[in-house]
Ligand binder design. Structure first.
Ligand code: F6P
Ligand code: MN
Length: 327
């Protein structure tokens, strides 16, 4: 019989070692409960007809599937029970959601079901979250936090039963769900520094829509690495964290259909790019935008702001950043 350390036990010791409060544990317990619930709905969803499309579109103009709504509602329910969340930002809510503005301690930015084009096929999706803390030294001005000010960021890849979470200056860790529905067995994730296993991940049909410097970089570099693309950031980044290499979603600047242009990039800064950039930094990697600016340094102006994203092994991201800065 092999029994493993649970996530909660790991976290209790982590908080104790760093002289931290128990408030974060209450928040993480709620996040874990939400993820288990979403996982359950996802696994049983095909049978119960939960995985179809609704006729609504979300604030980004994408189809909203029933699972997106379910996941969002589940997370908000559990966050409310904590009494610790000031405000929440969700991909599925146009407005910022006020929760406990007086007593709350944390801001949370989340994508309840990332990669929803995979839902109808039962393929992996993600629940991505970034957490920041209120100003404890003076009055809180409620500004949207840059990734460098997150205290933790993580993702559940559903329905694979994994939780990957990074704590500020304390590394990136992966856990697996066990037969009792506990996340167990902490394994520290460090990006491999030798290129033998590195992979490149991007939507290859978009390659001709990138700006010239990026197209040239792809042409010169792509044959050195294996190519993988699932179409769900959480799943694609999950591979990059263990294999190394780079996931990228560059700006789309040359497209015959003007509606398909994405000069700002496609992914959302607060609950997609900054979340994976934070996990990547704690695993020894790096992430930049279309100008080569570190993702974690970008101060958000809007909670649904988009960005281009290049994230992965430091030497590779730094190499493309030099090209991006010059353009
Ligand atoms: O949330 C946006 C998202 O679904 C990501 O999970 C994913 O990486 C990306 O969009 C896929 O976009 P595309 O279908 O354009 O490749
Ligand atoms: Mn998403």
């Amino acid at each position: 019989m092999e029994l493993e350390q649970t996530f909660m036990n790991f976290l209790l010791h982590h908080q104790e070692r760093h002289n931290r409060t128990y408030h974060f544990l209450i928040l993480m317990d709620a996040i874990i409960s939400a993820a288990k619930h979403i996982e359950h709905y996802y696994i049983t969803g095909a049978l119960k007809g939960n995985l179809g499309c609704t006729d609504r579109v979300n604030v980004q103009g994408e189809d909203v599937m029933q699972m997106d709504d379910i996941a969002h509602e589940i997370i908000i329910h559990y966050l409310k029970t904590t009494g610790r969340v000031i405000r929440a930002v969700s991909e599925e809510s146009k407005d910022i959601i006020p929760l406990d503005e007086k007593g709350g301690r944390y801001f949370i930015y989340f994508d309840p079901l990332d990669g929803s084009s995979n839902v109808a096929h039962g393929l992996p999706v993600g629940f991505l979250f970034g957490i920041a803390k209120r100003n404890l030294d003076g009055p809180e001005d409620f500004h949207l936090r840059a990734g460098k000010d997150y205290i933790a960021a993580g993702m559940f890849v559903i329905p694979t039963g994994t939780l990957t979470i990074a704590f500020r200056e304390a590394g990136t860790w992966r856990f697996h769900i066990d037969e009792t529905m506990n996340y167990v067995k902490p394994v520290r994730i460090i990006l491999p520094d030798t290129p033998d296993t590195w992979e490149l991940s991007f939507n290859a049909t978009n390659r001709y829509t990138y700006r010239k410097e990026v197209r040239d970089w792809v042409r010169q570099n792509e044959r050195r690495y294996t190519f993988r693309y699932l179409g769900a950031l959480a799943g694609d980044f999950h591979r990059i964290l263990t294999r190394g290499g780079m996931f990228m979603y560059p700006a789309i600047v040359n497209h015959p259909d003007p509606k398909k242009l994405r000069p700002e990039g496609k992914l959302r800064l607060m609950y997609e790019a900054s979340v994976v950039a934070f996990m990547c930094r704690e695993a020894g990697g790096h992430a930049v935008n279309e100008h080569g600016t570190p993702i974690l340094d970008i101060e958000p102006k809007d909670h649904h702001q988009r960005t281009a994203l290049y994230v992965g092994s430091k030497p590779l991201v730094e190499d493309i950043a030099r090209v991006l800065e010059g353009g």
